[in-house]
Each structure stands twice: as structure tokens, then as C-alpha cells.
Design a protein around this ligand. Structure first.
Ligand code: GTP
Length: 508
């Protein structure tokens, strides 16, 4: 029924035959297609526009991963951004129901699935969390609604508040509260009346109930198939009553789930659950990944791109191992590294990232090195001939003078650079001798996922390269670097990286 987004995008990128970075024009063309896909998935226009703006700036200039098409790469970027928007602060499915009896207020329009969802949540709390739950219907307009809840309660083995004819919703809420306290319930759920449209009376009633019950959670139940309408309903309920979370029902239908994105973007409220059918266990915690895949109408593209990235990283790791083993690390490698250091936030951002770096950094900071120094060092390397860069041992006095002069700097500064290079190169050689097992472990760690948690401090110093244990530790310590933002485009392809740096790979 819907055209796959990656099919649409492949047309846009047909002319881009070589692997490269995504240009601004390519991204713009792609974003037109993304917009159509979002609108088809029922995402509201202003939300789609806002979303595209965010993706556009992220995608432009991003390197295209080997063995996937640029179209697929864009799909992955869009997918990741969708997940980013869809994720709320609150843990999906987790309700704030400590200190019993905790009231949960259920609100929404008639027919949205409120009563069914009340029973679904009660069942879940009972079965998964062992909670004792009481349900009460506050729908005095429709006696059948009260009966419906009582029947559902019997089905799932959850108590319902006995029906007392002629009581108003506030009185029922008060009775539920008393009953919940006396009966030792952990949670009591108040299923309010629905209306076909939001009206004054409905809101006034829900607000009055809210004021007596003081709910821990106010969950808005909306039909996920109603798209933009669902968002309007959510905005209004939130303005008037205050909502802590949203449940999207009928997500088992044909709809593409665009309402979820609009809902998050417009109301900022977390989506806690999705209803996936009429049965009472057809309720799941909201899964942003699943909805993102559905909105885009593509299943395997993301997995494909991730796999391609992993393959690329494995190749980089192998290349790195080979370079380490040969102890190769020339001035071109150093220059690339310096450039990347600047890109990644200078000296500070790199503190303690590599074996040897901790010790060196201390010396570097004692010598008063700052980020301007990095730029001067790059200028020095630029001033060298190709041969000199490949083989820094050629640099004797006259060459040094020429190079320093070419960069407008002192020979002293060049000497410092050469010393730094020698130290790094020594580290490479020692690592190279450290044995293939340790190297593989290190490379694996470098390519591994994770944050900066495992980093050694700036003063960690160099590990003993002949000690396999120390090597493993260094490798483990380096394992955190993958999570760094920015990435080091181009580094992997060149090989010869100082330990630690190539792990940044081509992550977004
Ligand atoms: N397919 C599907 N049907 C659902 C889902 N949730 C609820 N329903 C069905 O939607 C219909 C309306 O659900 P109710 O729970 O009665 O709706 P309500 O919001 O309580 O309506 P009122 O009590 O009239 O305010 C029922 O037939 C439910 O079985 C869902 O996630 N998927």
C-alpha cells in the first residue's frame, strides 16, 4: 500500500554512485521524500516540518558507510532521529504507584478504549507486579459502561467498586479512595466517562475527580488511528486536566503510528503503553524502535546499515592490528590525529584516551601546550615534504630549519613535535610486540560499544606493553571511546592509527 521510504530514496541517490559524504542538496532532496513518508504515516504537518529540519542538519556532511546506499544511510539517520523524538523522559510502562493506595486517573474520549485499557493495566499490575488493584467506573451517563468494567474485572480477577445507583463521579471517586485504603489495595483506578468530543462538562467532571483523588498518574487513552485528532485531544486534556502519560490504542490496526510522533512532539508527554488488540493482554510498553520502523514503513534497512557499520569496524580493527604489528606510525598519521584532536574538542576532550597519552599529557600540559599548539604542529607537518612525512628519521638539522621556517616557527617547536611522534611510535611498536591475542582483544574493545565510563584518568600512564594483563586492561579502558560524538571520518581508511583513535569509527 505504501511505498517504502528506502525505495523512494534510492531514486534520489541514483546519481550518487561513489561512496562519499551526504551533500546538502542530496539531503534536501531526500528530505522531501521523508516528508511524504511521514505525512502518509499520519504525522501532522508542523511536526513533520520540525522533524525534517532536525534531520537535515544531522545528515548533511555525514559519511556514507561502505556497502550501504546513501538512501539506506538516510533511512537510518531518520530512524534514529524518530527514536530520539519518540522516547520520553519517563520509562515506558513504568507507573508511579508507590505509597499505596495510589490513584490512577484514566481519561479520554468515548470509544477510545479507556475502559478496556483500564482493565489491561490492572491485569498487568496484578500479574507482573503482584499489585492488589481496585477499579471503579465513574461513567454515570452510561450504566452499561459500569457493567462493562465489572465484567472485565471478573474476567481478569480484579476487584471493582460496587455500583451504587445515583451517585455522582466525585462521590464514586471518594468511595473508591476509602475502599482502597480500607481494603489494603496498592492501586485504585478511576475510569472516567468519555464523550464523543471534548466539552465543558466532561472537562469539569474530570477536573473535579482529579481534585478529590489527587492522582499519582493521569493517563490519557487515545485512539492511535485518529492521527491529528488524537494530538488535539491530548493537547486539550493536558491543558485542562494535566496528563502524566499517554496510552495509544488500536496500534494493531492498519495505521502507521504517525500519531505517536505527533503526540510526543506536540505534547511532550511520554507514551507509556500501546494497545495492540481487544484482548486484555494486548497491551505493551511503548517501544520507540518498533513505532519508528512502522512510521518509515521499512523493516530491515536499519539492521542492514548497522551490520554494514559493524563490518566496516571489523575491517578497521584488522587494519589497525596490521599497522600496530609493523609498528607503523608516520607523520601523516600524526597529522590526521592532530586534526581530529582539534575536531573533537582539543586536548581536553582527549585526556587520557590512549595508552601513553596520560603520561604524555602531563608533560604536554607542563610544557604549556594548548589547542593553538595543535594548529602549529599541523603547520609544521604541512611544511614537510612527502618523503619526510613518511620517514621522519630523515629530519636532520638543515631540513629541520627549512621546515620550521616554512611554518613560521622555531626549530625547538619542531623538535618537540618529533619527540612526541617518537613516543607515540614507541607505543605502537610495543603494542605490536604484545602478541596478536592481546591486540585482537584491544581492537575488539576499541570497536565495542559504550560510553566513556571505562577511560583511565589523565594521569594513568602507560601500561607495560610486555605484560599481557596490563595490555588487556588498557584495551578494556579504551573500550569506552566508541561512544564519543563526532567520529573520525577518514581515519579508519588510512590505517596507522595510534591506539585508541580509530575506534571512533563512522558513528553519527
Ligand atoms: N483493535 C483494538 N481494539 C481496541 C483496543 N483497545 C480497545 N479496543 C476496542 O475498542 C472498543 C472501545 O473500547 P472501550 O474500552 O469500550 O472504550 P472507552 O474509551 O472506554 O469508551 P467509553 O466507555 O464509551 O467511554 C472496544 O470494542 C475495545 O475492545 C486496541 O488496542 N486495539
Amino acid at each position: 500500500m505504501f511505498e517504502n521510504l528506502s525505495d523512494r530514496l534510492s531514486g534520489v541517490f541514483d546519481r550518487l554512485t561513489k561512496q562519499g559524504a551526504l551533500s546538502a542538496d542530496d539531503v534536501k532532496a531526500a528530505m522531501r521524500e521523508v516528508r511524504v513518508a511521514l505525512l502518509e504515516a499520519d504525522v501532522s504537518l508542523p511536526v513533520a516540518r520540525e522533524f525534517i529540519k532536525a534531520v537535515e542538519s544531522k545528515a548533511t556532511g555525514q559519511a556514507v558507510t561502505k556497502s550501504v546506499t546513501p538512501g539506506q544511510q538516510v533511512v537510518k539517520i531518520v530512524h534514529d532521529e524518530l527514536i530520539h523524538v519518540l522516547k520520553g523522559d519517563a520509562e515506558p510502562g513504568a507507573l508511579k504507584i508507590s505509597s499505596p493506595p495510589a490513584p490512577i486517573l484514566m481519561v479520554g474520549l468515548q470509544g477510545g478504549g479507556k475502559t478496556t485499557t483500564t482493565a489491561k493495566i490492572a491485569k498487568r499490575l496484578k500479574e507482573r507486579e503482584g499489585k492488589k488493584v481496585l477499579m471503579a467506573s465513574l461513567d454515570v451517563n452510561r450504566p452499561a459502561a459500569m457493567e462493562q468494567l465489572a465484567i472485565l474485572g471478573t474476567q481478569i480477577g480484579v476487584d471493582t467498586l460496587p455500583i451504587v445507583k445515583g451517585e455522582d463521579p466525585v462521590a464514586i471517586a471518594k468511595r473508591a479512595k476509602t475502599q482502597a485504603s480500607l481494603g489494603g489495595y496498592d492501586v485504585y483506578m478511576l475510569d472516567t466517562a468519555g464523550r464523543l468530543h471534548i466539552d465543558q462538562e466532561l472537562i469539569a467532571q474530570a477536573a473535579a475527580v482529579r481534585d478529590v483523588a489527587n492522582p499519582r498518574e493521569t493517563l490519557l487513552v487515545v485512539d492511535g488511528l485518529t492521527g491529528q485528532d488524537a494530538v488535539n485531544v491530548a493537547t486539550e486534556f493536558d491543558d485542562k486536566i494535566g496528563v502524566t502519560g499517554v496510552v495509544l490504542t488500536r496500534m494493531d490496526g492498519d495505521g502507521r503510528g504517525g500519531a505517536a510522533l505527533s503526540m510526543r512532539a506536540v505534547t511532550g508527554k511520554p507514551i507509556r503503553f500501546v494497545g495492540l488488540g481487544e484482548k486484555l493482554d494486548a497491551l505493551e510498553s511503548f517501544d520507540p524502535e518498533r513505532i519508528a520502523g512502522r512510521i518509515l514503513g521499512m523493516g530491515d534497512i536499519v539492521a542492514l546499515v548497522e551490520k554494514a557499520q559493524q563490518t566496516l569496524e571489523a575491517e578497521q580493527a584488522e587494519r589497525m592490528i596490521r599497522r600496530f604489528q609493523k609498528g607503523q606510525f608516520n607523520m601523516n598519521d600524526l597529522k590526521m590525529q592532530l586534526e581530529q584532536m582539534i575536531k573533537m574538542g582539543g586536548m581536553e576532550g582527549l585526556a587520557g584516551m590512549m595508552p601513553g597519552m596520560g603520561k604524555m599529557q602531563k608533560q604536554i600540559s607542563e610544557a604549556g601546550v594548548d589547542d593553538k599548539m595543535l594548529a602549529r604542529q599541523i603547520a609544521l607537518i604541512n611544511s614537510m615534504t612527502k618523503k619526510e612525512r613518511a620517514n621522519p628519521d630523515l629530519l636532520q638539522a638543515s631540513r629541520k630549519k627549512r621546515i620550521a621556517k616554512g611554518a613560521g616557527l622555531e626549530v625547538q617547536e619542531l623538535n618537540r613535535l618529533l619527540k612526541q611522534h617518537r613516543q607515540m611510535s614507541d607505543v605502537m611498536k610495543k603494542i605490536g610486540k604484545g602478541g596478536k591475542g592481546g591486540l585482537r582483544q584491544m581492537a575488539k574493545q576499541l570497536m565495542g560499544k559504550g560510553g566513556m565510563g571505562g577511560m583511565p584518568g589523565g594521569g594513568a600512564g602507560m601500561p607495560d606493553m610486555n605484560d599481557p594483563k596490563a595490555m588487556e586492561e588498557a584495551a578494556r579502558a579504551l573500550g569506552g571511546m566508541k561512544g564519543m560524538p563526532g567520529g573520525l571520518p577518514g581515519l579508519g581508511g588510512q590505517g596507522g592509527l595510534p591506539p585508541g583513535l580509530s575506534g571512533f569509527g563512522k558513528k553519527k
